[in-house]
Design a protein around this ligand. Structure first.
Ligand SMILES: Cc1cc2nc3c(=O)[nH]c(=O)nc-3n(C[C@H](O)[C@H](O)[C@H](O)COP(=O)(O)O)c2cc1C
Length: 192
């Protein structure tokens, strides 16, 4: 896929176990020629977990993209008025961010980036990763499916025995989903 001259916002939220799987997709997008603006939720920008240290992730992402990470609401707000992006990716997308996006709540860097970008009627691609995707967040996921300019990376249950409500995007379908969204289409099948 040639993504030359495509301006992509890439927003990471706090599904920390999924972030290591998402980073290679970010690298592929950059190698495909896209101009990527990196974005992180506040918690990703500042939190060390057993999956990695915040500072190491920041360095890695800034090294891959060659840009400074947007990690505050005030720095995310110009994304709309300055028409900074052709498309915005939220990967991984937590249940927390998913629920806010579905209900018009804007109190974080990633929700601000999304709201600002959507004001220009441009596409957003969401790669869900949440243990309550078939629980408390099922209704929010349904709302996003029915929302204009929102596209989902195809997803599945990741452990139906131990976590029956858990959903996770098939992350190697991120670029195909992004390519389809640039054409105004939802990659199918969305349930895998
Ligand atoms: C180690 C760790 C792993 C987490 N994994 C997930 C996850 O996979 N999915 C999810 O929805 N939340 C997960 N969370 C919870 C979110 O980080 C938390 O809801 C946070 O408020 C999300 O903020 P954000 O959506 O602005 O990034 C995890 C938290 C920790 C500390």
């Amino acid at each position: 896929m040639d993504l030359s001259n495509v301006k992509i916002g890439f927003a990471l939220t706090g599904s920390f176990c999924t972030i290591p799987e998402v980073i290679p997709q970010l690298e592929l997008i950059v190698h495909a020629g896209a101009k990527v603006i990196p974005i992180m939720s506040e918690i990703v920008y500042k939190t060390d977990t057993r999956f990695g240290k915040a500072l190491e992730l920041i360095w890695r992402v800034e090294d891959i993209t060659g840009g400074k990470i947007i990690h505050t609401i005030s720095d995310a707000e110009p994304i709309g008025p300055k028409r900074m992006l052709d498309i915005l990716v939220v990967a991984p997308c937590t249940g927390n961010t998913l629920s806010k996006l579905a209900n018009g709540i804007n109190d974080s860097t990633v929700t601000m980036a999304t709201k600002a970008h959507l004001r220009n009627l441009k596409p957003v691609v969401i790669a869900v990763s949440t243990n309550d995707g078939l629980g408390a967040n099922a209704k929010n996921l349904a709302l996003l499916h029915a929302s204009k300019n929102i596209y989902l990376v195809p997803y599945r249950q990741d452990d139906h025995d131990k976590k029956p409500n858990s959903l996770v995007a098939k992350i190697d379908l991120l670029i195909p989903a992004l390519s389809a969204a640039l054409l105004g289409e939802q990659l199918q099948p969305v349930l895998i």
